[in-house]
Design a protein around this ligand. Structure first.
Ligand SMILES: Nc1ncnc2c1ncn2[C@@H]1O[C@H](COP(=O)(O)OP(=O)(O)OP(=O)(O)O)[C@@H](O)[C@H]1O
Ligand SMILES: [Mg+2]
Length: 558
């Protein structure tokens, strides 16, 4: 660049020298040819020529040097003031100045290109910004929509939870055991009664295989599988199961296949019929007892008179054979009969023994008949309120002393444990009859304990517990023992008249049947028993404190 500037200056000087030499030659010509002209004219001429040359020089400089620069300056200023980068400096020649102009224009080109690029970039950025704003707006709209949907969903979920709780409350308050299982026999629903029977809590049971959650069902699990595969209802009645707490229950089992198209499963329902079964048994027993009892009472009534005659006549015969009686001696003397020899004859033929047998058997039969007379529906005695604690104490005392409850217990201990919760309560009763019931129960308990000592011999001491309490309007008396207990067959028949498992002569089999009648027919109460072989027995008496209308009106009429 410096080199090109120097050559430009050189050429300018050469051109000036050339012009000056030509002017000098012209002046020389003037001087030579115009020797006559004075110096002033010459000087003026020279000056004029010089001025002219300078003007020409100036013109030339202006034309070739200053004008392009000026244009360059102008375009540059215009670009600066107007920001119009489309402007370009005009190029006059392809010399150094022309190249400066080219460089300037090239710079403007680049600036313009950069500007264009920047504008495009800015447009893109603006577009992206607008897009992102639109997207933000869209996102906000979606957010609001989602928020609304979440709220709706939450409301629905709350409603569903409420409904689920409501359903659970219904299912839980049902007295039946309700269990739902899916197609793989995994538990999906479990109510409170299911927890009570199985001992498995609902939160433990849900999701467990049925066999683990309710092992009690045992072999009946196959029935659930069958209900599922055949899509048919399955049922079993009167199943006898032992609960984890050793309680024995009777259950009805029904398995329903679930009526849902998308989900297979089954609902298992178990109804505890233990109490119902017991009540039915009691009712059947009561019915049976009433008819058998009525018959027995009728018979007893009929037998009572001839039996009385037999006993009375036998006793009369005994009396009339008694040699110590004055009347007998007088009669014998009147008939000239040797009473001493006659007595010897009777003794030799064992007549007094036979007569004794007749009397004793007659008296025994008469005791049985008296018992049987209790089988009539009405006792014939009026019920009077009596403090139950006192009555129980008296019965225990009689049993311990008179009945010799502890007879044969020299090697073993027998305890009578009493727990009276409301002894002051006055129960309407025939005191002697109720006492008789308690004596029967205590005697049976002592005999059952002795039987256990003699057979199983697996207890250290015999315990008879008498528990008395109030339950609503009833006074309840429970007599339990840890004796031999009884089989189901015995339990079903023990209230039947003359049913006994004891040896002939030990028991008549009337104790409980008479007791049953006294409690149910005479006292409007209930009597029941729970017992297992080798597990002892528990007898329950339930006596109403309020008598039925008929009894109270009868009582006031007397
Ligand atoms: N506490 C008991 N434990 C076990 N078995 C009993 C108990 N009480 C009664 N039994 C059974 O019931 C049967 C009937 O009893 P119930 O009192 O009616 O007659 P009994 O005791 O055999 O004769 P009785 O009472 O006339 O002496 C008894 O033979 C016995 O098998
Ligand atoms: Mg008895």
């Amino acid at each position: 660049m410096a080199h090109s500037n120097l050559s430009l200056l050189g050429r300018l000087l050469a051109w000036l020298l050339g012009t000056t030499a030509a002017s000098s030659a012209a002046i020389g010509v003037v001087v030579v040819s115009g020797r006559h002209l004075d110096a002033v004219v010459v000087i003026a001429l020279i000056t004029a020529i010089s001025i002219l040359s300078a003007a020409v020089l100036l013109l030339i400089m202006r034309r070739y040097f200053l004008a392009p620069l000026k244009d360059l300056m102008r375009v540059s200023n215009q670009v600066t003031s107007t920001d119009d980068i489309k402007l370009r400096a005009p190029k006059y020649k392809s010399d150094e100045l022309g190249r400066v102009v080219d460089a300037f224009n090239a710079m403007l080109d680049r600036v313009e290109k950069r500007e264009t690029e920047l504008t495009a970039e800015r447009d893109r950025a603006t577009q992206a910004l607008q897009q992102s704003e639109a997207m933000t707006e869209e996102a906000q709209r979606t957010m609001h929509k989602l928020e609304f949907e979440v709220q709706v969903r939450q409301r629905i979920e709350r409603k569903l939870t409420d409904f689920q709780n409501y359903l659970n409350a219904i299912i839980n308050s049902m007295p039946s055991t309700l269990i739902a299982v899916d197609a793989h026999l995994l538990v999906t629903q479990w109510n409170q009664e299911a927890s009570r029977l199985s001992g498995t809590r609902s939160d433990q049971a849900l999701g467990l295989p049925l066999a683990d959650a309710f092992p009690l069902l045992g072999e009946h699990h196959d029935l659930v599988q069958q209900a599922l595969s055949e899509q048919s209802l399955q049922s079993r009645h009167n199943l006898q199961l032992t609960l984890p707490d050793d309680q024995r229950v009777r259950l009805n089992l029904v398995i329903y296949p679930l009526q849902q198209t998308e989900a297979h499963g089954a609902v298992i329902r178990l109804d505890d019929i233990t109490e119902q079964f017991r009540l039915e048994e009691v009712m059947v027993q009561t019915e049976k007892m009433m008819s058998v009892g009525g018959l027995a009472a009728g018979m007893a009534h009929e037998i009572n008179n001839p039996l009385g005659a037999i006993v009375q006549n036998a006793q009369n015969v005994q009396r009339r054979l008694d040699p110590t009686l004055k009347k007998n001696r007088e009669t014998a003397t009147g008939l000239e009969l040797d009473l001493e020899r006659f007595q010897a004859y009777l003794q030799a033929r064992e007549v007094p023994r036979f007569l004794n047998n007749i009397t004793e058997s007659g008296l025994r039969a008469s005791r049985i008949v008296t018992n049987m007379l209790q089988f009539s529906r009405a006792s014939g005695h009026q019920l009077h309120p009596y403090p139950i604690g006192q009555l129980l104490e008296q019965a225990i005392n009689i049993a311990v002393n008179d009945y010799n409850l502890k007879a044969g217990y020299t090697d073993h201990n027998l305890f009578v444990d009493q727990d009276f919760r409301a002894p002051e309560i006055e129960v309407p009763c025939v005191m002697t009859e109720l006492e008789q019931v308690l004596l029967n129960l205590l005697k049976n308990a002592a005999q059952a304990i002795r039987e256990r000592f003699e057979t199983l011999n697996d207890i250290d001491e015999g315990i008879i517990q008498i528990h008395q309490y109030l339950d609503g309007d009833d006074c309840v008396i429970e007599v339990s023992d840890n004796g031999a207990g009884m089989s189901e067959a015995t339990r079903k028949r023990l209230f039947e008249p003359f049913f006994t498992t004891k040896e002939v002569g030990v028991g008549t089999g009337l104790g409980l049947s008479v007791s049953f009648f006294i409690i149910t027919a005479h006292h409007y109460g209930h009597m029941s028993v729970e017992s297992e072989p080798g597990q002892g027995s528990r007898f329950m008496l339930r006596l109403p404190l309020q008598l039925p209308e008929t009894e109270t009106s009868e009582a006031s009429a007397h």
